[in-house]
Design a protein around this ligand. Structure first.
Ligand code: ADP
Ligand code: MG
Length: 297
């Protein structure tokens, strides 16, 4: 199933949007009719472990495993995977090209970034399958890399799309500065309350109620400094690394095959707009208008 490539400047709100998208997609997946009826494993009372042990025959084990697998798989039409630097254990420093921060005997200046991309690519490749929706949360700032991912999706005959998370450079920089300050232990209590309001605004959005609540708190918090949160324990980028990544960022171009369809969400987008964009993404990847991908396309 489809690949959703998320892209945007560093600290521009990508993971925040991915959490909202994840909740939205889970809701849509649950609402989808199951492809097969669920298989009942037995009566309403679960057998005890001792009982199971007593009764178990070698062929039962195998049969039970097969039934359990079938039951799990038949539960929903799609499976959702979110892949990111965090899930792959990739640190911010992997993107740092500063010579003084390179490890001794490193292959090249961007060796760690190449390794990071290889790890992400492997994870995407393993997850992509006929019933899998894969969301790749990351910078994904190199157009050649997005092309490679697009080709991978095409290889498994599944659609791909790009979600660009837009935010001004100044705002994104403020988020990173705040994280740097927090790391240095400089965040005071005044900053903390401002951060809390940012956190409320950017809370993961799923069902309609959550969307409405997030919109209401967003309206209350207008004008607040919402560039961070006290629960935000994300690692900052070193200043130079951050500036470099902004400089190297290659904007997606909807005129190219690998960056289309392109969806955009900006920092200020409210609940209504966010839902519209998520609906369009769903439509493109799993809905009626899902394009048929043929190997020779
Ligand atoms: P990225 O994944 O691009 O590095 P994050 O999603 O971690 O960025 O967001 C950085 C910070 O900005 C977080 O503390 C988050 O709470 C806040 N934030 C992100 N997007 C928004 C938004 N649309 N409105 C308010 N705060 C936001
Ligand atoms: Mg992130």
């Amino acid at each position: 199933m489809p690949l959703i490539i998320v892209t945007g400047l560093p600290t521009s709100g990508k993971t925040t949007r991915v959490k909202q998208l994840e909740a939205y997609l889970r809701g849509r997946i649950e609402a989808e009719p199951s492809p097969e009826p669920e298989i009942e494993l037995g009566g309403s009372q679960k057998p005890t472990a001792a009982h199971q042990q007593q009764q178990r025959l070698p062929q039962d084990d195998h049969q039970q495993q097969r039934q359990e697998k079938k039951r799990k798989n038949s539960k929903s039409r799609y499976r959702l995977h979110v892949i990111s630097d965090a899930t792959q254990g990739i640190r911010r420093s992997a993107y740092d090209l500063a010579p003084e921060r390179q490890e001794a005997h490193t292959r090249s200046a961007n060796a760690s970034e190449k390794d990071a991309r290889a790890a992400l690519y492997g994870a995407v490749k393993r997850a992509l399958g006929p019933r899998d929706i894969v969301v790749l949360d990351g910078l994904n700032y190199i157009k050649g890399w997005r092309y490679q991912l697009y080709c991978e999706a095409k290889n498994v005959r599944t659609p791909s799309c790009v979600l660009q998370v837009g935010c001004t450079v100044e705002r994104a920089r403020r988020v990173n500065e705040r994280r740097l300050a927090r790391r240095a232990g400089q965040v005071g209590s005044k900053d903390k309350s401002a951060e809390e309001s940012g956190q409320r605004n950017s809370k993961a959005i799923g069902g309609r109620e959550e969307l409405e609540e997030a919109a209401a708190t967003s309206a209350q918090g207008e004008g607040d400094d919402d560039d961070g949160s006290c629960d935000d324990m994300e690692e900052p980028y070193e200043r130079e690394n951050w500036e470099n990544l902004v400089f190297r960022y290659e904007e997606p171009n909807p005129m190219t095959r690998w960056d289309s369809p392109l969806f955009t969400l900006i920092w200020e987008d409210d609940e209504r707009r966010t839902r519209q964009v998520f609906d369009s993404i769903w439509d493109a990847i799993a809905g009626e208008s899902r394009r048929v991908v043929r190997p020779n396309q």
